[in-house]
Design a protein around this ligand. Sequence first.
Ligand code: SAH
Length: 410
Amino acid sequence: MSEVRSPAIEIALLGDDGAAPATTPATAGVDGRTNIFDFDRARLERFFEEDLGEKKFRAHQVMKWIHHRHATDFADMTDLGKALRAKLEERAVVHAPQVLFEKTSTDDTQKWLLGMDAKNAIETVYIPDKGRGTLCVSSQVGCALNCGFCSTATQGFNRNLSTAEIIGQVWVAARALGNVPHASVAQGGRRLTNVVMMGMGEPLANFDNVVRAMSIMRDDLGYGLANKRVTLSTAGLVPQIDRLAQESDVSLAVSLHAPFDELRTQLMPINKKYPLAELLDACVRYALRKKGESVTFEYTLMKGVNDQPEHARALIGLLRDFDRRVQMKGAAKINLIPFNPFPGTGFERPSDEAIRAFQKMLNNAGMIAPVRRTRGDDIDAACGQLKGQVLDRTRRSAEHRKRLQAAGAH
Ligand code: SAH
């Protein structure tokens, strides 16, 4: 029988450095040619004007071909003129990630394993729901933050994804789903209505590429998503939250998971660097930059770890304080996520009654606290279950395998 490890032991084994090892700045150019997927509208316009000596509107035509009609061959872009098509062929490519496999869950959640280079692959998940379709997008190959309850952490870290590799995930899903960006959801056609940067990786640790990719998601010439429907989720990189407030305009979600510093540091080593008070200050600044703005706090419920009445009470205090500082009731939204297990984890999901009891305490304090439904867990596509294939540059995946073997041997 396998030994049940306590979360505390698990965390001690995982170490506590939140720092990312050297990252590979990946631009996914091919044979010296530029990958158009690396460009948002502003950059593509510049490429057309300065590098190709063409008019801006040509860039707009190309964006529509790629993101609306899912074309990758310049020869198919029939409204461009032969000479321009030949010039593009010479200088540029439209290179998407390679689909290694695709799986559909019994609840219609869909998952793609996408090859990013010869050795690394990431996962992207589509979650259809009534009136909406949400795509969960990855930002890094693996993750360097090492949160003890997340399966991606056990794989270690390799590198940041390029803009092309991030928007490429949206493109692959949009093409597979037959998405028509500006069609109505009710009449079909529009399948992608929301994107959440909640896949593998810490999006704010790959700031520039993530912000550029999110700009294509929100662009009418891209996927036409409203700012509010693009959500960036972070483990809490404080300086980058402030930078995001200045450089982009998307919904912010913050992985909280504990209302006390000591517990949060155990669960999420990054809390040592940016403790709760500093993190919440940054969230208040983010919310205050725009009238009526809220911030979503994600709280993964783990049995006996952060699901007790004292945690609920402290969480309520923290959320109330946030509302008071932003001067808006409901400025702090809370999303409860039942823990999703994965091999070798020391954590457990609380019982349904325990989850309901926790939720009820928040409700009684006048807070809406939806419990996120688990989707796609039969294909390991639920929160915290994404793994992909990471050529680990840290020692984490080897350490995790050792722990699994040791647990199996007892
Ligand atoms: N690095 C970012 C993006 C990941 S988002 C972040 O930390 O926010 C994925 C969400 O699922 C985060 O809130 C994460 O904390 C949560 N999560 C991770 N592992 C989980 C698990 N095993 N069960 C449930 N939720 C988990």
